[in-house]
Design a protein around this ligand. Structure first.
Ligand SMILES: Nc1ncnc2c1ncn2[C@@H]1O[C@H](COP(=O)(O)OP(=O)(O)OP(=O)(O)O)[C@@H](O)[C@H]1O
Ligand SMILES: [Mg+2]
Length: 250
């Protein structure tokens, strides 16, 4: 059983078919990078997988728990309670950090485990401090997001996602709002998580990073998975013309 299993997902916005019958499974400990041109459906795929969008067709499960199934008449979602449980399985980090500006760094990190998971406050605070140390922000717990650089804010967002103890993390272009120098710091944190065998799905334009860190690379175009395989195969030796054309721009 795969940790994440998406089968035949279909998604349209009005007349626009954005995802066509995409299937994707991710095993525990696997790092999967998703590449592809703007508008190819990468974010939509992530938003469907993380239950921020409903899919029109296909099934989605985490650890064998079905968020939605499809018996032929489109995606049918399970109960709110079940979905709540499933949402505890994964975390999500966006391009724009989405921190609460009027909360300190520490409060941003401890709030989800306290309010959503109702965990012990002292334990959560201790873990949050460890996580902030891990992402290189041990001395910033009292700061407010506006007092931090973009890269530091992104590291807080990663610590916040980790504070929920997810089995798996999704990243949607975690470095595309950042300068190259700051990007390197974030990629280092992601590489460390990969070494610790955190399961991750990362939408990124950092081709070198995807090549070095991923177990598998997926190339999307026009709402289809066009090519998929080991990073050396997809990135150094793409078999599809569209993948080749896309990679040549980097
Ligand atoms: N909420 C929405 N309503 C209508 N159309 C949408 C919506 N979200 C996405 N789309 C459309 O779906 C298509 C895929 O968008 P998506 O954001 O998934 O692409 P992407 O691969 O993430 O692109 P980028 O690399 O620019 O982030 C685009 O044509 C986009 O305009
Ligand atoms: Mg996107």
């Amino acid at each position: 059983m795969s940790l994440l299993e998406i089968k035949n997902i279909k998604k349209s916005f009005g007349d626009l078919d954005v995802l066509h019958n995409i299937s994707l499974s991710v095993e525990e400990g696997e790092v999967v990078s998703i590449l592809g041109p703007s508008g190819s459906g990468k974010s939509t795929l992530l938003r469907c997988a993380t239950l921020l969008e409903t899919m029109d067709g296909g099934s989605l499960s985490y650890d064998g728990m079905y968020a939605c199934s499809d018996e032929g008449a489109g995606s049918v979602y399970t109960s709110k309670n079940e979905l709540k449980k499933i949402k505890n399985t994964f975390g999500l980090v966006f391009q724009n950090f989405n921190l609460f500006p009027h909360w300190s760094v520490l409060k941003n990190v401890i709030d989800p485990p306290l309010t959503i998971q109702k965990r012990n406050r002292e334990e959560v605070i201790n873990e949050a401090r460890e996580l902030l140390k891990k992402v290189g922000l041990a001395d910033k717990e009292e700061s407010f997001p506006g007092q931090l650089s973009g890269g530091q804010q992104q590291r807080v967002a990663i610590a916040r996602a980790l504070a929920m103890k997810p089995k798996m993390l999704f990243f949607d272009e975690p470095t595309s709002a950042l300068d190259p120098e700051i990007t390197a710091g974030i990629l280092k944190v992601l590489r460390q998580l990969a070494e610790e065998k955190m399961t991750m799905v990362i939408v990124t334009h950092e081709i070198a990073f995807a090549r070095n860190v991923s177990d598998r690379v997926i190339f999307m175009d026009g709402g289809y998975i066009i090519e998929e395989g080991k990073p050396e195969a997809v990135i150094d030796n793409p078999s599809n013309d569209r993948t080749r054309a896309f990679l040549q721009k980097f």
